[in-house]
Design a protein around this ligand. Structure first.
Ligand code: SAM
Length: 188
């Protein structure tokens, strides 16, 4: 087993997977290269569904190729912003909604998630996740948009009603080079 606290995105996904069972519906809000999409497709199995969003054609091509290589047919690729999530998935139906924010690794860094849009996407995620489900957010604050976005997300998350949501936040305290951080929100 890998050393999870040194691998933030794997840590984020490993906790997320404990909320998912075969047959579930889940959302990858930012499919990017498709790595998270594949992990989610494996977790829900043939009887489940993954809705994978991204605004970049290139991300969809990468994700499609990765899914094909693994033989998964249980993913709906949606080339729209995660803000439109509620147009595609019924409310209170998803076991998990995963946001891996920022820009496409190896892609155009100017195409990145932004504070305003991400907050709207997170509101949509809270409508989409089912009671007992999880919203997972991996943030990157090593770039200007990312730093503003993280600040806005933390303010938003701190204000969530504690009678309806439970929020956990993980930060790698002694790592100097802006390591990713994790926010998990579970809906009661
Ligand atoms: C860090 S990458 C995601 C990595 C991905 N989860 C993986 O496993 O490779 C962030 C992605 O968010 C996408 N993105 C930016 N704004 C978006 C939005 N409003 N809705 C959906 N995707 C968005 C970018 O195009 C980029 O591909």
């Amino acid at each position: 087993m890998s050393n999870l606290i040194t691998r933030t995105t794997e840590l984020a996904m490993s906790v997320t997977l404990t909320y998912i069972k075969p047959g579930d519906t889940v959302v990858d809000a930012t499919c990017g290269t498709g790595q998270d999409t594949v992990a989610l497709a494996r977790a829900v199995g043939d009887g489940g569904s993954v809705y994978a969003f991204d605004i970049q054609k290139n991300a969809h091509l990468l994700t499609e190729a990765r899914l094909k290589a693994h033989g998964f047919n249980n993913v709906h690729l949606v080339m729209q912003s995660f803000v439109s999530m509620s147009d595609h998935i019924p409310e209170r139906s998803a076991a998990a909604v995963v946001f891996n924010l920022g820009y496409l690794p190896g892609g155009d860094h100017s195409i990145t998630t932004t504070a305003d849009e991400t907050l709207a996407g997170l509101d949509a995620a809270l409508r989409t996740v089912r009671p007992g489900g999880i919203v997972t957010v991996v943030t990157y604050d090593g770039h200007k948009e990312g730093a503003e976005e993280k600040k806005a997300i933390l303010e938003w998350a701190e204000a969530l009603d504690q009678s309806r949501y439970h929020v956990a936040y993980v930060r790698m305290l002694n790592q100097k080079k802006y390591p990713p951080e994790i926010l998990w929100i579970t809906r009661r």
